[in-house]
Write a protein that binds this ligand. Structure first.
Ligand code: NAD
Length: 259
């Protein structure tokens, strides 16, 4: 129970990796704020956290909306009185051939995946600075480290997460605040099913499931990640066991990316 008595906000925790992170941090002893745009899935995750014996609060938050971000922080402080951990997990995936990328596509992906990561961090930082402690973990992706021919704005949005992670880490290390990000590879979630449909079937004309199978066959460890594979690494990063780590972009890719 290395996070006993602590409080963690997890964005996009209604399903997939975010849900697994919420449950992992609850197992480590933290109370959880499920900040999610889908009210129903948020409530489900909150119930599961409570079943693990931890306090939970579900808040409907669209991370792209300034008023929602402020409400997320204010309600957390009112209910729990502290914010120890922020996990910026909410993200969206969209694909398009380069020549089909529109300004709307670019803006929508960067708004959720990059801009909201910065502004959720800026919303919690005053409280972490006052406490002179805090941990932020951002969901980047291996897509932020390698070129993309099918989802350029997504790749750029994740490269931005790696960059802003380093800048925040450098700025606040002396205030006792650590900021890291993780770069998952292929994780079996709804987002991955969407990728099979949009890239595999619609862009490349493959049979359903074929593109995903090919991508998984290229993973050195021989399988896709489960959400828990990512959640375990994030759990570690939030605890004192990672107290000498900040500004890092940790690959959790089954060996696909090694730099
Ligand atoms: P997912 O689509 O299964 O879940 C994303 C969650 O975020 C959903 O519950 C959704 O409702 C929520 N969300 C979306 N937009 C939101 C908004 N504006 N405000 C609040 N909540 C919002 O995705 P996932 O696969 O669990 O991915 C989680 C994170 O991990 C994302 O940042 C994603 O880019 C990253 N990632 C995923 C993979 C993968 O293979 N699945 C790989 C690398 C990185």
């Amino acid at each position: 129970m290395q996070l006993e008595g602590q409080v963690a906000i997890v964005t996009g925790a209604g399903r997939g990796i975010g849900r697994a992170i919420a449950l992992e941090l609850a197992r480590l002893g933290a109370g959880i704020v499920v900040a999610e745009v889908n009210q129903e899935t948020a409530a489900e995750t909150a119930r599961e956290v409570e079943q693990l014996g931890q306090r939970a609060m579900a808040i409907r938050v669209d991370v792209t909306r300034p008023a929602d971000r402020q409400a997320m922080v204010d309600q957390t402080m009112r209910t729990f009185g502290r914010i120890d951990v922020l996990i910026n997990n909410a993200g969206i995936y969209r694909s398009a051939a380069h020549l089909d990328i529109t300004e709307e596509h670019w803006d929508s992906v960067l708004a959720v995946n990059s801009k909201a990561v910065l502004f959720c961090s800026l919303a919690v930082l005053p409280h972490m600075l006052a406490a002179r402690r805090g941990v932020i973990v951002n969901l980047a992706s291996m897509a932020g480290k390698v070129p993309s021919t099918t989802a350029l704005p997504y790749a750029v949005s994740k490269a931005a997460v790696i960059s802003l992670t380093r800048s925040l880490a450098a700025a606040y290390a002396r205030d006792g605040i650590r900021v890291n990000c993780v770069c998952p590879g292929f994780v079996e979630t709804d987002m991955w099913a969407q990728l099979d449909r949009e890239v595999g079937v619609e862009q490349l004309g493959r049979q359903p499931g074929e593109y995903v199978r090919e991508r998984i066959a290229s993973v050195p460890l021989g399988r896709a990640a489960q959400p828990e594979d990512i959640a375990h690494v994030i759990g570690f990063l939030t605890t004192g066991k990672a107290s000498y780590m900040t500004g890092q972009a940790i690959n959790v890719t089954g060996g696909l990316v090694m730099y």
